[in-house]
Each structure stands twice: as C-alpha cells, then as structure tokens.
Design a protein around this ligand. Structure first.
Ligand code: KMT
Ligand code: NI
Length: 171
C-alpha cells in the first residue's frame, strides 16, 4: 500500500484519499525533516521520547461519537505550524497528515496503528481522518502538553515566525 503520495486537490471530502498516483519516497520526507517509522511496540516510542527528552504526552481519540467532531476536524485541517517539534504515535485507526514540500505542494501521509511520525517545528501541515472516521493517537510534547497551532497567513509564510525561519535554514 502506498503510504506517501502527492495530494490531488479535487472536490472530494477531505477524508477521501486524494491520491494523485505520484508516490513520495521516504528520503524526500527526510529532506523536509519529517521522520516516519513503524513502531509495533509502545516501548520503542518510550525509548524515543527519552532519547529526545520529551517530558509529556496525552492521548487523543477522534471518532463518530466525538462531541463536535466536524468542528474539531476543521481546526486540524487548517494549515498551521507549531513552535515545537511534534511526535505522533497512532495506536488505533488511521488518519492523514498533509505536509507542505518546498514547492508548497501537499504530500499526504497515511498513518495507521503502529506508525510513528515526527514533524519538525516550523513545517506547515494539517491533519484529518480517513473515511473510517476513527483514530487514537498519543501526542508527545517536549514540555507541558500545550498545543498551539499557528495558522498560515501571508505574513508568516516564509519569515515571520522564529520556528519557520529556523526550519527553513535547517534544510
Ligand atoms: C496536529 O498537530 O495537527 C495534530 O495534533 C493532529 C491530531 S493528532 C492525531
Ligand atoms: Ni499540528
């Protein structure tokens, strides 16, 4: 199964695959600072968290019973960045993370149980569910479990947020 591909912008709902058929190599993701690894065991994630000095975590569950699911999904699907690196570990169900490449095209990453993803601080991204409308994930935070999403605006596209400047210069 293809897990990483260029997103096709069409009128399908956001939870549809939007698969353009153009596959993306893991090395392409690495060049954007995105790391993906299959981790069958939570112990592997715990070791990674210690290695990278993560202090906190929480659990997120989204499914058809979630209160205000559609407004929550709208928030996650708005293009944004964070000032901290984010680690996500999928424990059940599936979802899509979309990340921007340097040409501003979307790369879609399909994640499911056992998938670990590290998104660097400063990368523009968004998240949605697959058509199954069900995901459970652990979100790991460097410090307190804060989740501040900085929306993309014309003024922070390239240079107004520190994490964006640092991200671009790290590539
Ligand atoms: C993010 O930062 O976009 C998220 O945490 C999405 C939800 S994690 C399954
Ligand atoms: Ni995010």
């Amino acid at each position: 199964m293809t897990k990483f591909y260029y997103y096709e912008d069409n009128s399908d709902p956001m939870t549809s695959p939007h698969n353009s058929g153009k596959e993306v190599d893991p090395s392409k993701l690495q060049s954007l600072g995105v790391f993906y690894e299959k981790m069958p065991l939570l112990a592997q994630v715990n070791a990674l968290a210690i290695e990278r000095r993560y202090q906190n975590r929480d659990e997120i569950k989204l499914n058809s019973e979630t209160v205000d699911l559609s407004s929550k999904l709208d928030i996650f699907f708005k293009e944004h960045l964070h000032d901290d690196e984010e680690i996500r570990y999928i424990t059940s169900g599936s979802g899509y993370f979309d990340v921007r490449d340097l040409n501003d095209d979307w790369i879609r990453l399909e994640v499911s149980k056992g998938d670990m993803l590290i998104l660097p601080a400063g990368i523009f991204h968004r998240f949605t569910l697959t058509e199954n409308l069900n995901v459970e994930a652990i979100r790991l935070f460097k410090e307190e479990p804060k989740w501040v999403a900085i929306p993309r605006t014309t003024s922070n596209m390239n240079n107004s947020s520190n994490s964006r400047i640092e991200y671009l210069s790290s590539l």
